[in-house]
Design a protein around this ligand. Structure first.
Ligand code: GLV
Ligand code: MN
Ligand code: MN
Length: 419
């Protein structure tokens, strides 16, 4: 069979082609929310790159975009799959997600250049709404695929403008009736490997370009809605106010205090929204979102319980009320140790690092043997325009990905799905 092997140069060159897409002139960096024009343009670029390689993009019923390289016509089950995401947080960096997507394309080029004859198919995957920055629940595509979230709940999620996931997905050409757990697609994945830019300083401190992931911190998101009385800034005496913004602001301070009292906790309020939000208006409500992460899920639960208790007290002090809603919760993930060892050996003994960031790989790890590679980020900063990866390291990451894919595609198949 003739294979199309059009290559495009380095990982850095692939990323350079999308460097202008989704730039955010107001926040800085990139804003590429799922199903936005920017994210769809990235997807068009990706589909074009697949086409240049003779691969066809297939969007599954959960909006995950797949492509398969299977030159030997091996049976579809037990594939080795790699990929990441193209959506971003608001004002995010260029590499969180796109580096894994570009590295997957580049690794395929390298496998072909090396003349690798895979014993099993290689799948390339792009997952929608990994960040959860539009509909609130991170890793929505992989959660739908595995059944970690029900279709019913996902379809009812709303974006900041009040559009439902169902309506936005429909407008993007997907059929809301098709969303939900997809065991047939899942059964095709024998092993999943996601390459990602490192989101901390681990590799900088170790002076190494690439690591294998050991674990992902357990994490969750909670929405606090503090209700008070909307009123006039000029005519309402201080004594007469029930200002939810006061209670919510004190709550932000309490979040830090509670986190500090539980070592190892990371707790963040990164989104804080007074309603209606006018300079001369006492807010009637404040919504704020709490992100808590800890290696021990019981500590996460205790921290959130304590913060919720403080929220009730602080709201009551100001004559307000508060509602707390869990939006998502992901337990700590320890990646398949045998698979991590295999990758580490294939790469000649690279470091193993934990991460505090969530990934589709963490969701898939519940169902299939899963691993991650990290590529050095010289700033150690992520979810920010300062996130970075040099062209040299991006290429080293792709070479490492090609090395582990070559091993997984040609060696013995890896492990059995987790119980
Ligand atoms: C996603 O990057 C997250 O860790 O929230
Ligand atoms: Mn990511
Ligand atoms: Mn991210």
């Amino acid at each position: 069979m003739h294979e199309t092997t059009g290559t495009t140069g380095t990982t850095g060159k692939l990323l350079a082609a999308i460097a202008g897409t989704g730039r955010d002139a107001v926040r800085g960096g990139y804003s590429r929310p799922v199903f936005s024009t920017a994210e769809r343009e990235l997807l068009d670029w990706y589909v074009g790159e697949l086409g240049r390689r003779g691969l066809e993009a297939q969007t599954d019923r959960n909006g995950i975009v797949w492509a398969w390289w299977n030159p030997t016509g091996a049976p579809p089950a037990g594939a080795v799959v790699t990929g990441s995401h193209l959506d971003s947080v608001p004002g995010g960096g260029a590499f969180d997600g796109p580096l894994g997507v570009a590295s997957a394309l580049r690794a395929l080029d390298l496998l072909r250049e090396r003349g690798i004859q895979p014993a099993r198919p290689l799948g390339l995957a792009v997952f929608p709404e990994e960040e959860g920055s539009r509909f609130g629940v991170a890793c929505l595509g992989s959660r739908l695929l595995t059944g970690a979230i029900s279709a019913e709940r996902a379809l009812g999620l709303t974006d900041p403008e009040g559009n439902t996931f169902a309506d936005v997905a429909r407008a993007a050409g997907l059929d809301p009736a098709g969303f939900g757990r997809d065991d047939e697609t899942l059964a095709r994945i024998g092993t999943f490997v996601e390459l990602h830019v490192e989101q901390g300083r681990g590799l900088v401190d170790l002076d190494a370009p690439v690591a294998v992931a050991s674990s992902i911190l357990g994490h969750g998101r909670w929405r606090f809605s503090v209700h008070g009385q909307g009123n006039h800034a000029g005519t309402t005496l201080l004594a007469d106010r029930r200002d939810p913004l006061l209670a919510a602001s004190r709550l932000v301070v309490a979040v830090r205090e509670v986190a500090a009292a539980h070592p190892g906790t990371r707790a963040t309020v990164g989104r804080f929204q007074p309603v209606p939000g006018g300079t001369n208006v006492i807010a009637s409500r404040v919504d704020l979102w709490l992100d808590v992460r800890h290696p021990h899920d019981a500590v996460t639960a205790a921290v959130v319980a304590e913060i919720s208790r403080r929220a009730q007290e602080l709201a009551a002090d100001e004559g307000c009320t508060v509602q707390v809603r869990e939006e998502s919760l992901s337990p700590t993930v320890d990646f398949d140790p045998a698979l991590a060892r295999r990758l580490t050996t294939a790469l000649g003994g690279v470091p193993n690092l934990p991460t505090g960031a969530g990934h589709d790989a963490g969701v898939l790890a519940e169902r299939v043997p899963t691993a991650m590679l990290f590529t050095r980020n010289p700033t150690g900063v992520s979810h920010s325009p300062e996130e970075f990866c040099t062209d040299e390291d991006a290429e080293l990451g792709s070479v490492a990905l090609a090395d582990v894919l070559a091993d997984l595609l040609t060696g013995h198949s890896c492990g059995t799905p987790p119980g």
